[in-house]
Write a protein that binds this ligand. Structure first.
Ligand code: FAD
Length: 387
């Protein structure tokens, strides 16, 4: 992409972000324009648009931040294009979205004057984005989405469920990738979930879901999922995964259900005869947040290349937790106390390791900050969009 166009688009978006509620205003007028000019696109979206508006801004921000990293961003856009086939999106819809976004930016009461040059820059950047997504979508011959039947629902805590499904046909994904999921009680409200197991010929896929208070979808999954119900699962996204090709050992840091994509990688590695070393920090606020520690510890006992270290911010479970005590398992590494970023950085720079972070935005940002402050090269650290 042209660097002049990138810098114009970036400063235009930065000016919008600097206005209080600017991104939300932009997103609101984008959808208003899109639905007014291209009413057929309304059917792609849920009735309640609040979360959708935030998602648009996060996606635009994510892409704009990475425009120079052409390899990484083109891969991401191609994955997004393949995933968008689940909506039945056609090439004309990309044009509709591009035109509406440009019109929304033009109408935005920004300090940046709207010039022909700025309009052309937005058009150039958006046309590369749309072309990459369309080309990938049109080149894909696999299904646009997978139907799946719930075969097991295990409530592991009041607010965390493990749901296992059988896909109608097996999906090929890299352990560490994530997928979008639609459940029957929340039509068109797609949410990202990370498979906690590697792909397999039986098409069994396992998700770990934490209920977010006030959320639309996660409370419905945790409280209402029934064996036999039908979900829809989109194409795989993301580029987490162990990089066997560079031969560097791995450092994995996951908090809460962020352990899922790391667990999928570890289970996959356990099938290999030889492995790189993996140091996994499993973090939570309370000891009871480490809901999957038993499985991880069993894997560490059988696989000498794996070290599992539990980390929690508090030493005791909260008063409202009434489940089994989360005492240390025999032989396991002792649980460390503190914010995971600080705990990991206290060990050193980990500069010889490939690092993957999975968890909330706050966890990812503070952990990156702590590691970099300790001297870890930023290019060693990878993460997907945060939870
Ligand atoms: C790449 C990726 C992979 C993911 N994988 C998993 C997974 O394996 N398991 C899993 O449980 N979740 C996962 N998530 C999060 C999941 O996609 C949903 O965002 C989450 O379940 C909330 O959805 P909801 O519909 O209940 O809440 P929404 O209706 O989307 O949100 C309601 C409100 O809650 C806030 N909110 C949303 N998420 C959180 C949060 N995590 N903590 C606090 N407040 C929040 C929103 O800002 C909003 O104000 C993943 C997210 C991403 C980006």
């Amino acid at each position: 992409m042209d660097s002049q166009a990138i810098s114009l688009v970036r400063s235009s978006f930065k000016a919008i972000a600097a206005v209080p509620d600017g991104p939300q205003t932009l997103s609101g007028s984008f959808y208003a324009l899109l639905f007014a000019r291209y009413p057929e696109t309304r059917d792609f979206f849920p009735a309640a648009m609040d979360v959708q508006r935030d998602r648009l801004i996060s996606a635009v921000q994510y892409v704009i931040d990475r425009l120079e990293q052409s390899g990484q961003i083109l891969t991401y856009l191609a994955q997004l294009g393949r995933d968008h086939r689940k909506y039945g999106v056609q090439d004309a819809h990309y044009v509709a979205v591009g035109n509406s976004l440009i019109a929304a930016v033009e109408q935005f009461p920004s300090t940046e004057p709207w010039t022909d040059e700025l309009e052309q820059a937005w058009r150039d950047v958006l046309s590369v984005i749309a072309a990459t997504m369309m080309d990938a979508a049109n080149a894909e011959s696999g299904p646009p989405a997978w139907g799946a039947t719930v075969i097991e629902h295990l409530p592991v805590r009041k607010d965390i469920s493990v749901v296992r499904l059988r896909l109608d046909e097996p999906m090929s994904y890299n352990p560490g990738q994530y997928v979008s999921v639609q459940v029957p009680s929340r039509p068109r409200m797609w949410r990202y979930l990370s498979p906690a197991n590697p792909p397999n010929d039986e098409g069994i896929i396992e998700f770990h879901i934490r209920r977010v208070s006030g959320g639309w979808v996660s409370p419905a999954i945790v409280t209402q999922t029934q064996v036999g119900e039908r979900w829809v699962v989109g194409s795989p996204l993301g580029d987490l995964g162990v990089r066997f090709e560079n031969g560097r050992d791995a450092l994995m840091i996951g908090s809460g259900t962020g352990i899922a994509p790391l667990r999928a990688q570890i289970l996959d590695m356990a099938r290999r005869p030889q492995n790189l070393r993996v140091h996994l920090f499993f973090a939570g606020r309370y000891p009871c947040d480490l809901y999957d520690l038993g499985t991880l510890w069993a894997l560490a006992e059988q696989n000498p290349w794996l070290t599992v270290v539990p980390v929690t911010e508090e030493d005791e479970d909260p008063w409202w937790y009434t489940g089994p005590s989360s005492a240390a398992l025999p032989g396991m590494h002792r649980r460390l106390t503190g914010k995971v970023g600080q705990v990991v950085a206290d060990f050193g720079t980990w500069s010889e390791r490939d690092i993957q972070l999975v968890g909330s935005e706050a966890m990812i940002n503070t952990t990156k900050f702590r590691l970099q402050a300790a001297g870890t090269p930023p290019e060693n650290i990878r993460h997907d969009p945060s939870y």
